[in-house]
Write a protein of this length. Structure first.
Ligand code: ATP
Ligand code: DNN
Ligand code: MG
Length: 239
């Protein structure tokens, strides 16, 4: 892991646990004494912080995982208020999302810290503007990809489609991780076995439902305890 530049964390959909996994991976990398920070190319959806400033729950989670104070380092070049598809939230704000701006922000952090865990927004092919999508951003930064599968009926198809899209961009799939959503799905272990038999990348673990006392609250970041809990259930990819 000495020269690892980081990971790009994608998922089978929005709301499948990418932020939980990204935070947990950051904690695990920090255990190896790596200087690592989280990054998102765009976030959509804010809540008012203590001084009224707009905060985003994913960025605050990545901040907690990365042990950064508020305002310390810029973890995202586009913070949009509307919780919607990013290109639509941007349109509502009267701006266009630019790939170059995202790449510059990512490269600045990469230069400063050396290891960056990048969380996508939604699924792998979410549009950024009329021409580009998040997969294009992932292709430019060339980080090994970690796929988070939110374990619910339909996830097998979503996982396999996502893997085809990642491979079409000639990116390395470092691993995949299963995450339990609010309601545990029927035939959970059989679904995991099916995924294991069809995904050639290593399986790094299943994150159970978070215990009640550390569940994520709406419009709040994950707690450090929740991230630690998730970290205990997954491994880092082998070098
Ligand atoms: N293991 C889990 N146990 C309990 N709740 C969970 C778990 N994983 C995710 N959740 C819940 O599901 C919601 C979505 O998770 P999360 O925000 O990590 O998804 P995401 O893939 O990062 O979404 P986005 O596309 O918005 O970035 C959270 O509000 C959280 O409460
Ligand atoms: C706002 C939300 N939490 C995500 N950050 C963005 C999800 C975009 C999904 C777009 C789509 O695939 O239809
Ligand atoms: Mg997220």
């Amino acid at each position: 892991m000495s020269t690892l530049p980081g990971f790009f964390v994608t998922g089978t959909d929005t709301e499948v646990g990418k932020t939980l996994v990204s935070g947990a991976l950051i904690l695990k990398l920090r255990e190896l004494d790596k200087q690592v920070v989280g990054f998102k190319p765009v976030v959509a959806g804010t809540y008012p912080g203590q001084n009224g400033q707009p905060l985003n729950e994913d960025l605050e989670t990545l901040r907690i995982a990365s042990n950064l104070q508020q305002g310390q380092l810029s973890l995202c070049p586009y913070v949009l208020d509307t919780p919607a598809a990013p290109h639509l939230a941007a349109k509502r704000k009267g701006i266009r999302l630019e790939l170059e701006t995202m790449l510059k922000a990512y490269k600045d952090l990469q230069r400063e810290k050396g290891c960056v865990v990048v969380e996508g927004a939604g699924g792998f092919l979410v549009p950024l503007n009329d021409q580009m999508n998040l997969g294009d951003f992932a292709q430019q930064i060339q980080l090994p990809v970690i796929l988070v599968v939110g374990m619910k009926l339909g996830c097998i198809n979503h996982a396999l489609l996502t893997i085809e899209a990642i491979r079409a961009r000639k990116l390395v799939i470092a691993a995949w991780i299963a995450n339990t959503l609010d309601q545990e799905m029927g035939l959970l272990s059989e679904n995991i076995e099916t995924l294991q038999s069809r995904i050639s990348a290593p399986f790094l673990g299943l994150i159970p439902n978070l215990p009640t006392n550390i569940q994520k609250l709406s419009n709040q970041p994950y707690s450090l305890e929740a991230l630690k809990f998730a970290a205990q259930h997954i491994q880092l990819p082998a070098e």
